[in-house]
Ligand binder design. Structure first.
Ligand code: PMP
Length: 355
């Protein structure tokens, strides 16, 4: 059995050479064995430490992927402007890549996102437009505004992270192969939530193909997303209802990045906010990991998948980003109370809610 758990601090693999700037530091993240949860479930649960990317999230891979693709296709020229609609993390990745490669960066984001992400984007030199959070069908949706802005600006591109498959390809070419190597191909289940679908479909498709279908790929979903019901009903799209405090995940449609891969999924779970918040605190307390709510949701879902696949199964999920980006919310008693989530934190973990 492969086991990162047994490796000592000194045995961690380091690159023996320097890397080329910000973009060279994207990817090659560690796979973390989640000991407490593995003991509790009797399975082996691992989290891909995407929060260790240089821009702090899984979306650095997509940001680099879409920019490289646009450069290769001659769409993005020196001095050009990259425009994107994003919940924040893709924007942060793009803002870093743009600084590193000499492009301007313009970001449209729903005004429901955390202040930390808006501040960081501005500190990274991006021009940020927080816009009302309206449905995709509404022309004022942040994605459509980004598209229209780029259309009217010379030497600008809209990177279109939801439907530009350069996003999922980046995960097919990096995240998937890394997990395969880190697990020596012994992975029974891969599960994560979906915003654009790039991570799930890109890494998932690689693992599914490489294992010849032996690795099951599962979707994790927050309330307010339609994907669980889509998968469970064999392809029926229902109207979007409900909402979640998780940021960057949940989807109302089948994006190009999810594409037909959605039909290869073995199943899906919806995880409610109470469980995700509890896991944010639990991961901090038991693993020393300070992670955002989408990571926590992924870990809850990984534990549920472990129960389904049975004792001894090996499950990999994604630790998308750190809690630093949301701490004014996730660690604020008042904010949690305003969302009706004050009871989500078990009594012995309440000491961490210090804001
Ligand atoms: N977690 C967080 C915190 C994110 O920002 C995102 C992307 N919006 C995801 C998960 C989902 O990643 P993907 O777009 O690859 O589905």
């Amino acid at each position: 059995m492969f086991s990162a758990a047994r490796s000592s601090l000194l045995r961690r693999t380091f690159t023996t050479h320097s890397v080329d700037g910000f973009t060279g530091a994207v990817g090659n993240t560690p796979l973390i064995y989640l000991k407490g949860l593995s003991e509790r479930t009797g399975a082996h649960i691992y989290g891909k430490a995407e929060f260790q990317n240089p821009g702090g999230s899984v979306k650095d891979r997509a940001a680099l992927g879409v920019v490289r693709d646009a450069e290769k296709r001659g769409l993005l020229k020196p001095g050009g402007t990259v425009v994107e609609g994003t919940a924040g993390n893709t924007g942060i990745g793009l803002a870093h890549v743009c600084r590193a490669r000499g492009y301007k960066c313009v970001i449209f984001m729903p005004n429901t996102q955390s202040q930390e992400k808006i501040d960081l984007l501005r500190m990274l030199g991006a021009e940020v437009y927080p816009v009302p959070a309206v449905a995709y069908e509404n022309p004022a949706n942040y994605n459509h505004q980004a598209r229209d802005f780029a259309k009217n600006l010379p030497n600008a591109i809209w990177t279109d992270q939801f439907d530009n498959t350069a996003n999922a390809n980046a995960h097919y070419e990096s995240t998937g192969p890394e997990i395969w190597e880190q697990t020596k191909g012994e992975v029974d289940g891969f599960i994560c939530a979906t915003g654009t679908g790039g991570t799930l479909a890109g890494a998932g498709r690689y693992l599914h193909e490489k294992s010849r279908g032996k690795t099951q790929i599962w979707l994790a979903d927050p309330p307010g997303s339609v994907l669980t019901s889509y998968v469970s009903s064999g392809g029926k799209l229902i109207e979007r209802t409900g909402s979640s405090i998780t940021e960057g995940i949940g989807q109302g449609r089948i994006t190009n990045n999810l594409g037909t891969f959605v039909n290869q999924l073995s199943g899906a779970f919806t995880v409610d906010d109470t469980k995700s918040i509890e896991m944010v605190y639990d991961l901090l307390d038991t693993e020393g990991l300070y992670l955002g709510a989408s990571s926590a949701l992924n870990v809850v879902a990984a534990a549920e998948l472990a129960v389904k696949l049975g004792k001894g199964s090996k499950i990999v999920t994604v630790l998308c980003d750190g809690a630093y980006r949301y701490q004014s919310r996730l660690f604020s008693k008042q904010w949690l109370k305003s969302k009706g989530l004050e009871d989500a934190i078990p009594a012995h973990l309440k000491k961490y809610a210090v804001l």
